[in-house]
Design a protein around this ligand. Sequence first.
Ligand SMILES: *Cc1c(COP(=O)(O)O)cnc(C)c1O
Length: 392
Amino acid sequence: MPDTTVALNTHDIVIPRSLRPKDGRFGSGPSKIRPEQLTALTDASRSVLGTSHRQDPVKNLIASIRDDLESLFDLDNGYEIILGNGGASTFWDVATFGLIENRVAHQVAGEFTHRFAEVTRAAPFLSRSYVDRSEPGRRPEARAYADVDAYAWAQNETSTGVTTPTRRPAGATRDQLTLVDGVSSAGAMPNDFTQSDVYYFSPQKAFSSDGGTWFAVMSPQAIERAYRLEATNARVGRWTPPSLSLTSAIENFRKNQTYNTPALTTLALMHEQTKWLLEHGGVPWAYGRARTNSNLVYDWSKSREGLSPFVQTDDDRSPVTAVVNMPEGLDVQELTRILRTNGIFDVDPYRTMGERQLRIACFPSIEHSDIEDLLRCVDWVIDKMKHGQHIH
Ligand SMILES: *Cc1c(COP(=O)(O)O)cnc(C)c1O
């Protein structure tokens, strides 16, 4: 980590180097990229970066990512992995345009699930979406509706750290597709694919890569829906923008390609991470690592006066993004500012969430010892802030 202490103003609190984490990146997305991934990126640079995505080296890289993800997710029964450009937010547009037929029901547990609901509600060609919203820090209710053709929720709502299991709502019929946002949980939490028709994610969260692309694990029913909707649209003369065409993404990816140029750096980093996860025991191993990290945070918050986990019940508490309430009267903004000047990044709450929170990423790439050091540093800085002691 670069030495940032020289830039400090004398009134700033300087955390002794020996206390600080080796790697100070605790952001929930983009998240820490392991140094080994960056080394692999340099190695890949000559054959992949700066070369055509229509040629073999890039196509082989894409094919290899697909194979690795198929192993990682243990896919069968005709489930397919699809890759497209633009990130999960673009996938919301793609799904709104090409997967939801008439009406969708959303379970909203925070900012990201809210945003997808905003997209479908604004779509003039859909009936008004149902939205079941939970109290902050709680899991939304999973309700079945007779007149929807899709349900949407997030396995991990990254803004609040609330998890929702991948399970079809009781009473849902098989022709109602389930669209599960696995953006920050895929690769770090197990998923029951019999319960998700589309499990989509971006590589800059648990996969420690960079942004700009989306992945979707699609059931045969979801693929069938995409083709049928696009054919219907064509018949009634409704134009499909090519970059939002899901069938185009499917066709291209089957040929190890994307509609337009993909972010090759993102793919190279992703490739390295899926290999690393597979070598160490796949999703169960990654889940164990994330849980150990988040339990350290939750246990710490329970043992400190005035601190507590933000998510009320154990079952709903995220293993990958731990959100904790901080004590009344503590200037959390000042705390995170001090941490930042000491090389500890991005433990701020999600920008629209409460001000008295810390949000700490616990992804598999993050070392347990770094979480322990981080928590010690937070204790140390709070103590200094309380006593108004500034080390010069
Ligand atoms: C980050 C995030 C998104 C948005 O992903 P982008 O790739 O930036 O569009 C969506 N949903 C969840 C749960 C997220 O954490």
